[in-house]
Design a protein around this ligand. Structure first.
Ligand code: F0G
Length: 464
């Protein structure tokens, strides 16, 4: 009997498949990216998304408590006894009127999906829980990733929680935030610092994983992306199963956007939603490969036969000019997104748009989000900066219902946040000025006061 789940090449004309337990994460026929595919006709699919509400009453079962696995019928690749969960996905989708006003949306139209609430502080835990479940099914004892911080923190945490699994992390020199490095070290992962940036580290970890048979958890791993689908399920859940008009998400390796589109494609095909939302992907201006190729050069999915020539030429241009990704939004400082083909497909599936935003606007947006009560890292601020741009352009209407994904917690890249708010020009310059940020709009400066009671009282009263 054919398997209920397997891996399938994303290129329809290739038709390559791999078994569910294959860990090469490349199509055996063409070398392309793989999807996790299901024989839905033989699987028990709920008739309505309301089905998942029955899980809320059952929080003592870790699988129903998990914000990933309570949707397990929609990522049915694992038997219940193999599932790895540490309580990921207890995240919030919050109405954010002050941020809506900042972006030019009417009240009640913007929601922020706060993935910083995850155990390791980013959305990665959604995917890591699924990848570790698959790793356990395949008997892996070591797991590796390249990371700008969040993937490594998540990997290290899941390794620490799963006896018998050793984590190996590749980071570029000076390219990881201390908060995130501290998590990797604290949770006991082997940390390999290589000379180079994220793109270099990812290339190496793919080679090394293949050579040593180590389980790879970067987002070329399609099982990771299965876990990230649940971010969209929770968005729908928070909106009482109503489909928003837009999902806005930062784009780095383009795993999220690929996984979100897969989620909506499947829900639509299964008759669980009446329509799909549109997707907006926001690059940083200093790492804008997807923007350049999709918006400027017009590369389109074309049922998997997209034109590779401009893609190759673009990468050759990066190499020839020794151009490296450069943005303060460290999580999306990526010039060679591994999920590029899937992201072209996602744009086709959800009528997508891509924008690239300068760091100064990303940091201002982040400060508005923080002042509105949710703390996020710069990469997450990109989604709101991009939304503001799209409203300015009239692409997103003032009354459209929009959800921006806040992918990571404010405690990542905290040096930049302190520099943003600093009154000290040297502190500002060291972190932001020398990276091209000239001025910021929403600094909340610390007030220097002499060590004197009257002066302190006066300063506090003057800032009521
Ligand atoms: N936002 C945050 C907070 C991230 O950590 C990442 C990726 C992205 C957005 C980009 O997501 O790749 O799905 O487009 N971080 C990786 C890491 C690179 O190593 O933690 P994507």
């Amino acid at each position: 009997m054919a398997e209920l789940s397997f891996q399938k090449c994303i290129h329809p004309h290739c038709g390559g498949t791999a078994a569910a337990d294959d860990t090469a994460f490349a199509c055996p026929k063409c070398g392309g990216l793989l999807d996790v595919a299901y024989d839905w006709d033989r699987l028990p699919v709920p008739k309505s998304l309301k089905h998942f509400e029955s899980k809320w009453a059952n929080r003592t079962d870790p699988l129903d408590f998990s914000g990933v696995w309570r949707f397990r019928e929609l990522l049915p690749f694992a038997p219940a006894d193999k599932i790895v969960t540490i309580g990921e996905g207890q995240t919030l989708c919050q109405r954010a009127d002050p941020v809506a006003a900042y972006c030019g949306l009417n009240p009640g139209r913007l929601y922020l999906q706060y993935e910083g609430m995850n155990p390791s502080g980013s959305f990665k835990d959604n995917g890591m829980s699924a990848a570790f479940t698959h790793a356990r099914m395949t008997g892996a004892t070591r797991a590796a990733c390249a990371s700008t911080g969040n993937t490594s923190a998540s990997l290290a945490l899941y390794c620490a929680a799963l006896p018998g699994m050793r984590g190996v992390i590749f980071i570029g020199s000076g390219k990881i935030s201390y908060g995130k490095l501290s998590q990797a070290l604290e949770h006991g992962a082997l940390t390999i610092q290589i000379h180079g940036d994220f793109d270099d580290a990812l290339r190496r970890v793919r080679e090394v994983s293949k050579k040593l048979g180590i389980y790879l958890v970067n987002s070329v791993n399609p099982f990771r992306l299965e876990g990230q689908k649940t971010i969209m399920f929770r968005v729908l859940e928070a909106l009482r199963w109503e489909v928003p008009d837009w999902i806005v998400v930062p784009g780095g390796n383009l795993g999220n956007v690929s996984s979100f589109a897969k989620a909506f494609h499947e829900l639509h095909a299964l008759g669980l939603i009446p329509r799909k939302p549109r997707l907006a992907v926001i690059n940083a201006a200093g790492a804008d490969t997807f923007y350049q190729l999709y918006e400027k050069q017009g590369v389109r999915w074309l049922d998997g036969r997209f034109d590779q020539t401009p893609v190759d030429a673009y990468y050759a241009g990066l190499d020839a000019g020794a151009r490296k990704a450069d943005t303060l939004a460290s999580a999306i400082e990526i010039n060679r997104p591994v999920n590029l083909p899937k992201a072209f497909r996602a744009m086709h599936c959800c009528d997508g748009v891509v924008r690239a935003m300068p760091d100064a606007e990303i940091l201002d947006a982040k400060a508005r989000i923080g002042a509105g009560g949710l703390g996020c890292e710069p990469a997450s601020g990109a989604s709101v900066a991009g939304l503001r741009q799209l409203v300015r352009e009239g692409v997103i209407g003032r009354d459209d219902r929009v959800v921006c994904i806040l992918t990571g917690h404010v405690l990542k890249d905290s040096d930049e946040t302190v520099a943003y708010h600093s009154a000290d020009p040297a502190t500002f310059d060291a972190k932001l000025g020398k990276r091209g940020v000239k001025a910021v709009a929403f600094a909340n400066r610390a007030v220097p006061v002499p060590n004197d009671l009257d002066a302190i009282v006066k300063a506090i009263e003057a800032n009521r």
